[in-house]
Design a protein around this ligand. Structure first.
Ligand SMILES: *Cc1c(COP(=O)(O)O)cnc(C)c1O
Length: 385
């Protein structure tokens, strides 16, 4: 195994420096635990950003991947493939009804949603909200109103507007020329902000009034993360289009666009596609993931553990606010210092967490943890603070 210092030197020489990395090289994982190259054990409350939601190397996911990989890895979208079709059936049944289109990532699922909404309302504008994050490709980036992410890559895609994340602003931005409103019911990268029900209802009403598509990006907040299978269930506002990705493949790259019946046949053959999307291995993994997260008992535990974690975070020294739902939580510190806290957590407490900003720590543990993990993370954070 190459030592970390040597790996860092190799990276500096050969890898485009697009990522700011933490000083650790993980080589093995199991449940909520990770091990580095020296065999040191860590507690993972980041899960690769809400990806390994069932913990590392969940046996059902590993078995599904191994079995499918041994049989057939790729065939392409010009043929029928049962895992993808079964997964589409499962995803539609547990959400919007309708039909599903596969992608390889969150941003690609959003690209599909945006293109589909534009095809349904030609030349239409797309409305997004501040603090939102939808991905790094041009369409998704154009719906991600953050100066630092957009400015170096101007000009962006035309026809996108962004407004403040409140009911009045969203309702005011939607008119006859609007093709879609896109938002995250719980904003992840922006710092874990639960959008209020009034906003979601206003967006729904405005889209209905003007014949626009309401797109919920549940790439991060979906699939049990907030304690319901989909975050939209909590507000009982149902979108027309929904995207999922991060946790769907149990660690493998997959994205999905779920279309309500009304939008199910907007795309016709040749409109959109991807070489790898809907591949048998990723879809087999996703079917195994759904078997685990569709369990009401697991979802109830996510809610209970989330409440326990939120309460514990609020009692930590220096914490001024706790936000989020289920096991998608963030806390703000009065004095900032979240990035430094993340680094110290890794090096001093062997705890893997993440900062969404200078003063905000985000916690995205596996959904399969127990009380002991919640108490453990609180103890490690208390020791740091
Ligand atoms: C991570 C994320 C994306 C982008 O997903 P990628 O797989 O990185 O392209 C889009 N939307 C939300 C809400 C996300 O959290």
């Amino acid at each position: 195994m190459t030592a970390l210092a040597e790996l860092q030197a190799l990276e500096r020489e050969h890898v485009v420096p697009a990522y700011a990395r933490q000083p650790a090289q993980f080589v093995r994982g199991e449940g909520a635990r990770l091990w580095d190259a020296e065999g040191v054990e860590y507690l993972d409350f980041q899960t690769g950003l809400a990806v390994t939601s069932l913990g590392h190397s969940h046996p059902a996911v590993v078995a599904a991947i191994q079995e499918q990989a041994a049989q057939l890895v790729h065939v392409g979208n010009v043929f029928y493939s049962e895992p993808a079709i079964r997964l589409a059936q499962r995803l539609a049944r547990c959400s919007l009804g309708g039909k599903v289109h596969f992608a390889n990532s969150g941003t690609e699922a959003n690209e599909a949603a945006l293109k589909l909404a534009r095809k349904a309302k030609p030349q239409g504008t797309i409305v997004s909200v501040h603090r939102g994050f939808h991905g790094r490709t041009y369409g998704s980036l154009s719906a991600t109103p953050q100066e630092s992410k957009q400015a170096p890559f101007a000009p962006l895609v035309p026809g996108f507007v962004s407004v403040a994340p409140n009911a009045r602003a969203v309702a005011g931005a939607v008119d006859a020329a609007t093709a879609a409103v896109i938002l995250e019911p719980v904003q992840g990268e922006g710092g874990v902000w639960v959008l209020d029900e009034e906003l979601l209802r206003a967006a729904r009403a405005a889209c209905d009034e003007h014949g626009a598509a309401l797109i919920f990006d549940e790439v991060q907040c979906g699939l049990g993360r907030t304690g319901t299978l989909w975050a939209y269930e909590d507000a009982a506002v149902v979108p027309d289009l929904m995207t999922a990705a991060k946790a769907l493949g149990g660690g493998l790259p997959i994205g999905a666009l779920i279309c309500s019946p009304r939008y199910a046949d907007v795309f016709e053959p040749g409109d959109h596609g991807s070489t790898f999307a809907g591949g048998p291995v990723t879809c087999a993994a996703a079917l195994a993931v759904l078997d685990v997260v569709e369990d009401p008992a697991l979802l109830a535990r996510v809610r209970a553990l989330g409440a326990r974690l939120a309460e514990g975070l609020a009692a930590l020294p220096g914490v001024v606010a706790v936000r989020g739902r289920g096991l998608m939580l963030a806390c703000d510190f009065a004095d900032g210092g979240a990035p430094e806290l993340v680094r110290r957590a890794l090096l001093e407490q062997r705890l893997v967490v993440n900062a969404t900003g200078p003063a905000t720590l985000r916690l995205l543990p596996p959904l399969t943890i127990g009380e002991e993990h919640v108490d453990d993370v609180l103890q490690r954070l208390r020791a740091l603070l």
